[in-house]
Design a protein around this ligand. Structure first.
Ligand code: PMP
Length: 453
């Protein structure tokens, strides 16, 4: 069976974000089932999934309530659209609940099928908003280097991933990128809070260079996820807020990862006290059980679109898909009734922070950081305290060792990252940290035996 699936995989399946040739030579791992915080491969290995799939399985695997919600809805109304003056209960109920959970000034939602589509929607909505305000020259969006906002053309243009840009040009025009608040990677040892303020100052400098009258919006993740679980210095967001308060520019906070409890609040914006005009969402909205995303739209933008606008020529076949919406609604209800957010904030987040910080003493670790249930380890050469030579692939080596020893931890360059399900138990966090430490030991051992290039 493994052989068949692997052979068919090799023959027919082009995987996302993969080197097709290398993967075809190596073959894929086959995952067949999952329960709680564990996935199971076709050899029967139980692997602790410290990435919650792709930052999305917030309630963990195997929740029958979500399966039942999908089944019921698929029986009753598997599909209908809301394009031509129609609607249906699951999408409406989900919209109502999302607006109740979101900050008070957010009372509308536009549904999409994914986070990338949510950010495409953001770009179109931002430009439409300013056109309706009689400011059609306000078109430019300021984003950040090493941000991730999706894989569609607009999503990757908003994102700041250099390798994606190198493959995808020409990009959507009118998007520029400022420096990221990545203290470990880019501060040269500057005081963290001063570094955070400098990164925020870069936003103001760019606004002034472009001209406020041309800038439509600033977009950012509260904590950068795919870029390497980059938690900005405490000074960063207040300083960004102070800049945005001075100018008439929309704030878009990409909540695709930080939304739905990851930072111990319903939204990452709440952790940092932000009042975004637009919040793209996806992933944890349905705990990844079915694909759904959307954009939460603040009153300022929504009222203009409603009062001043004619038809907004934008939408997807699966906008507000009934079964996806029913699952998302049940997911949010469970998160609320089980007190998941409070548990992350008051118990699991602090517990992970304590255990994770212990890894900072490992010789291979230059920094261990976490916030809520997102964390990162920066790998460094014990001999120098500096980064390893890139060609050694230390991060990927560590990731492969983790997987082989029963832990999914992802690598971004030489940054190891985690984002476990929000239902992880203390003893499972202990297991995660123990396995991470053992993998670091083994990585160090193997690197020590590798001649430096
Ligand atoms: N925004 C952020 C912050 C993300 O992390 C992601 C996905 N990793 C996306 C957008 C894109 O979401 P999707 O893959 O559902 O299109």
């Amino acid at each position: 069976m493994t052989h068949d699936i692997q052979a068919l995989d090799r023959a027919h399946y082009l995987h996302p974000f993969s080197d097709f040739k290398a993967l075809s030579e190596e073959g894929s791992r086959v995952i067949v089932s999952a329960q709680g915080v564990y996935i199971v491969d076709d050899q029967g290995n139980r692997i602790l999934d410290a990435m919650a799939g792709l930052w999305c399985v917030n309630l963990g695997y195997g929740r029958e309530e979500l399966v039942d919600a999908a089944t019921r809805q698929l029986r009753e109304l598997p599909y209908y659209n809301s394009f031509f003056k129609t609607t249906h209960p699951p999408a409406v109920r989900l919209a109502e609940m999302l607006c109740r959970l979101a900050p008070a000034h957010i009372n509308r939602v536009f549904f999409t099928g994914s986070g990338s589509e949510a950010n495409d929607t953001v770009l179109r909505m931002v430009r439409r908003y300013w056109a309706l305000k009689g400011r059609p020259d306000k078109q430019l969006v300021i984003a950040r280097e090493n941000a991730y906002h999706g894989s569609t053309v607009a999503g990757m243009s908003l994102g700041g991933m250099a390798p994606m840009h190198a493959q995808g040009g020409p990009l959507v025009p009118g998007i520029c990128h400022i420096r990221q608040p990545y203290w470990f990677g880019e501060s040269n040892g500057q005081d963290p809070e001063a570094f955070g303020r400098d990164c925020a100052a870069a936003l103001e400098e760019r606004i002034l260079a472009l001209g406020e009258e041309r800038v439509a919006a600033f977009i950012a993740e509260p904590v950068q996820g795919a870029g390497g679980a980059i938690i900005p210095p405490e000074s960063y967001w207040p300083a960004v807020k102070a800049v945005l308060d001075k100018y008439d520019i929309l704030l878009v906070v990409d909540e695709v990862i930080c939304g739905f409890g990851r930072l111990g609040e319903w939204f990452g914006s709440m952790h940092y006290g932000l009042e975004p005009d637009l919040m793209p969402i996806a992933k944890g909205l349905s705990s990844g059980y079915l694909p759904i995303g959307g954009v939460l739209v603040g009153d300022r933008v929504a009222e203009t679109l409603i009062e001043e606008g004619g038809e907004f020529f934008h939408g997807f076949t699966y906008s507000g898909h009934p079964a996806c919406a029913a699952v998302a609604l049940k997911n949010l209800e469970l998160m609320e009734s089980e007190g998941i957010i409070e548990r992350v904030r008051n118990d699991l987040g602090p517990y992970l922070a304590r255990r994770w910080a212990e890894l900072a003493t490992h010789p291979l670790v230059g920094e261990a950081r976490s916030l809520g249930l997102i964390g990162a380890l920066e790998l460094v050469d014990p001999a120098t305290g500096e980064r390893f030579d890139k060609s050694l692939g230390a991060g990927n080596l560590c990731r492969d060792i983790c997987f082989a020893s029963g832990l999914v931890m992802r690598s971004v360059g030489d940054t190891m990252i985690i984002s476990p399900p929000l239902v992880i138990a203390h003893h499972e966090i202990d297991e995660l940290v123990d396995k991470a430490r053992a993998a670091l030991d083994e990585t160090a051992r193997r690197l020590a035996n590798t001649p430096t290039p």
